[in-house]
Design a protein around this ligand. Structure first.
Ligand SMILES: Cc1cc2nc3c(=O)[nH]c(=O)nc-3n(C[C@H](O)[C@H](O)[C@H](O)COP(=O)(O)OP(=O)(O)OC[C@H]3O[C@@H](n4cnc5c(N)ncnc54)[C@H](O)[C@@H]3O)c2cc1C
Length: 473
């Protein structure tokens, strides 16, 4: 039997879910309020040059491959999902170069560096956990098949279950290297005291298994998912906002859609509002937001500047404190993603993304704001540039907490309200589905707050697998 399924939101979660459900033979409609697919993953053009905004790198590439494999397994043989999606992942030579209190190091740390021995030990102990983490990302947590992966991870962390607690127990690791490893929890928007020990392993796993960017840019991922969805017969409606959701129907500004099942790929609490729940009080704790300046450069940067540079704040604890209070920090964790002409993008000029971790205050920021300018000066000095990076941008676009708030999360918090660390993984709330509303399923970062592309796509695999088992065959 074919079910009528309406998927709300054409971000990575909604697109992937729609492609798999349609491939399994259901009649699927996707409704997206913006005029682009991809949600937080978006492509812009400045002075004729391509820049992808939102996510900039792909980790745990096996999760992407498993989405393609699931698509192939659900439908008739013929053209393969990989051929339809047309995404080619390219491994970057390093995870990034980190700058911290006058020290600098690539990850993986190069031979001869005073962190090298500690890094080698750390990578040997943690770098091989990628397949176990991938297993957890794509498998139903109640599936006994995850037990070996879980066992491998637990044996690594013992009873030190948060990132902070785990790193504290490594006396052989230099404090500065610990700080560099710990700051990766900001990829989940929160401090090391609020994340599972698993996050301590991320830097080592990324170094061993690589960080990847699709040829053409990260936006090739939503484009590939859109191709898979359309190939399977999904009807995608852009520029149409959903205004209410109830059992049996999804109402937009333009039409009412009958639905046997609804899949919500919306952020955080938006869905509850659409279902008529009274507005909740703003959460006490929020994950971080960001200020991102994307620009075309008037000159190429010196040869020593790598694709991903990371500048740490001198006092990470002050940054975590400021973010918690929602005030602009003195110094922040800043990234510079730099693509030379022809590298990844088919551009003729160099482009850069200058990304600043920012408080979730919902405010607009301009390129001339003191926060942006002082961090631009600090980063450029650290990199040995002759001018601040923002001065080199002939054309630019800035995305700020006000923009990110447009996706629904209070204050523009990139990952909404952080879940307590023990709620990560199988105990996440809300769940994929609840017995109270068996017609409603969820995917995307609302069920995997803090998770990037692999968590969103892995969650889609789990959620749609369960949903297909539940649908009448
Ligand atoms: C600055 C930044 C950098 C990041 N860097 C990385 C990275 O390097 N690597 C990585 O793996 N991850 C990264 N991430 C995380 C990654 O981008 C997200 O996890 C992922 O894009 C979330 O996808 P999603 O489908 O869950 O949500 P979204 O992309 O938010 O999709 C939700 C969709 O729902 C739509 N919507 C909302 N309300 C309605 C409505 N009423 N009606 C219809 N549609 C609606 C929205 O417009 C949106 O398209 C980054 C995120 C940001 C913001």
């Amino acid at each position: 039997m074919t079910a009528r399924i309406v998927v709300i939101g054409a971000g990575l979660g909604g697109l992937a879910a729609s492609a798999l459900l349609a491939r399994a033979g259901h009649q699927v409609t996707v409704i997206e309020r913006q005029d682009w697919v991809g949600g937080k993953s978006r492509r812009i053009e400045l002075a004729g040059q391509r820049i992808d905004t939102g996510p900039s790198m792909v980790t745990f590439p096996d999760v992407w491959r498993q989405v393609l494999a699931a698509y192939d397994a659900l439908g008739p043989t013929g053209e393969s999902a990989a051929d339809i999606a047309g995404v080619t992942l390219e491994r970057l030579p390093e995870v990034g170069r980190y700058y911290y209190r006058g020290s600098q190091a690539n990850l993986p740390v190069e031979a001869g560096h005073h962190w090298h021995d500690a890094w080698k030990r750390f990578e040997a102990e943690h770098g091989t956990l990628g397949p176990a983490i991938t297993d957890l990302l794509v498998s139903d947590p109640w599936d006994p098949k995850v037990l070996p992966a879980l066992g491998r991870l637990l044996s690594r962390y013992g009873t030190r279950l948060t990132t902070e607690a785990f790193l504290k127990g490594l006396p052989w690791m230099p404090q500065y290297l610990k700080d560099v490893v710990a700051i990766h929890t900001l990829n989940a928007g929160v401090a090391p005291s609020q994340t599972l020990a698993l996050y301590a392993s991320m830097a080592a796993v990324m170094a061993t298994d690589g960080v990847w960017v699709p040829q053409g840019g990260v936006y090739e991922i939503p484009l590939g998912l859109e191709k898979l969805a359309r190939h399977a017969g999904v009807d995608i409606h852009l520029s149409e906002r959903v205004v209410s959701v109830s059992k049996g129907s999804v109402v937009t500004e333009r039409a009412t859609y009958d639905a046997d099942y609804v899949v919500s790929a919306l952020d955080g609490g938006i869905l509850e509002g659409l279902m008529g729940a009274p507005a909740k009080k703003a959460p006490k704790r929020l994950s971080c937001s960001g200020v991102a300046v994307f620009g075309v450069l008037d000159e190429d940067l010196p040869e020593h500047v790598v694709t991903h540079s990371v500048m740490m704040p001198d006092r990470p604890a002050d940054l975590f404190g400021a973010l918690g209070k929602r005030v602009v920090p003195q110094q922040t964790m800043a990234f510079l993603n730099y693509y030379r002409p022809g590298q990844i993008y088919p551009n003729t000029r160099s482009v850069a993304a200058f990304l600043l971790t920012a408080p979730p205050n919902g405010l607009p920021f301009g390129i001339d704001d003191e926060f942006v300018q002082s961090e631009s000066r600090r980063f450029s000095e650290v990199l040995g540039l002759t001018r601040p990076i923002t001065e080199m941008m002939t054309d630019h676009m800035i995305l700020d907490p006000e923009y990110f708030q447009g996706f629904g999360a209070v204050g523009g918090a990139l990952y909404g309200e952080p879940a307590p660390w023990w709620r990560s993984g199988p105990l996440h709330k809300p769940g994929y589905n609840s017995p109270r509303n068996p017609w409603l399923w969820r995917v995307g970062s609302s069920v995997h707050p803090g998770g990037g592309i692999p968590a969103v796509l892995g969650g889609v695999l789990i959620s749609t697998r369960r949903m297909l088992a539940h649908l009448p065959a």
